[in-house]
Design a binder for this molecule. Sequence first.
Ligand SMILES: Cc1ncc(C[n+]2csc(CCOP(=O)(O)OP(=O)(O)O)c2C)c(N)n1
Length: 363
Amino acid sequence: MSVLGELDVPFQRIETTAEPELLLRMYRELLRIRVLDARMVVLQRQGRVGFYGACTGQEAVPIACGFAVQQQDWVFPALREQAIMLVRGFPLRSYIAQTFGNSGDVLKGRQMPSHGSGRAVHQVSWSSVIGPQIPQAVGAAWAAKLRKSNEVVLGFMGDGATSEPDFHAAMTFAGVHQTPSVLICQNNGWSISIPTARQTASATIAVKGYAYGVRPLRVDGNDVLAVYETVRAAVERARGGEGPTFIECVTYRIGAHSTSDDPTRYRSSEEVERWQRRDPIERFHRWLVAKGLASDALRAEIEAEHDAEAIAAIKDVEPLPPPPRESLFDDVYAELPWHLREQKEQLLAIPPAPSHDAGKGGH
Ligand SMILES: Cc1ncc(C[n+]2csc(CCOP(=O)(O)OP(=O)(O)O)c2C)c(N)n1
């Protein structure tokens, strides 16, 4: 048998133990993020927000993960995990305000649009740079271990990020220190225009875990229940002191990389259609219908509810003014140094620019 044959990581075969109530909560959240992403992309196309990154086609991973963690656990996201915040109770209005970057934004408009985070839901800020969150997640997990806390840290990445030095550093560290980490790769087939086959010569992404002594698992990332059960078990294993897990979720990005991307330039519509037939929401919907837990009518009702909520939230949030200018000086120093105190006074002596009175977050 070849080395790869011995080390291959087959898909997890999972039976779920989730109760109907939880299944329906997952279903609602899946439908919510799809409806919301579609609305937010429209806002960007209309020039009302600067940028948005949807997770269309990949919803099963963030939604399952949101349900697989406990309140004390931390999430270090990559590009497509903002929906976890909503599952963990982050208010929809704050989520939308982050994309406008206005005064409704808990981040005070300082992050790129669609780069949300929230202390209340234990989701840290993410960087557009690919990879740094992976060692940060492992470092946070190591800190939790040293403090003997019962927190587990989830660290996310795309397939492209596994070609970054930060991935190597993080996996080495997780393996050596047996950190309470669950590292999750959303292998969606593409890193913008670079297909996974040109990203790595490894037969799978998961198999890389063996080299670092991090238990590898591979799961159908378009099966919300498989992801939920796999991640939940890995989280509880990490919490029990049994070490880190590296999970490859095989999925596909149905939409564009972001609103700055045109995927028709580099991939075929046949490929997209092939994956549309494996759409995670359609699959879960059919499964729930077969179990008698959902119907087309219920789905339409939930979608309409979510859409109405999204429209109402956008209507409330869009007119909010920008964050106050002086907030620029907040949150960095416990006590403002003299030179920043001077700068703040100088800034406040200047009348606000007209756009500050316009009552609109500008991008
Ligand atoms: C270090 C670095 N290199 C390149 C980029 C440009 N870039 C932004 S997203 C991206 C692709 C990331 O692909 P992947 O990690 O697979 O995540 P996905 O977008 O597919 O979810 C690239 C190359 C960047 N932001 N940072």
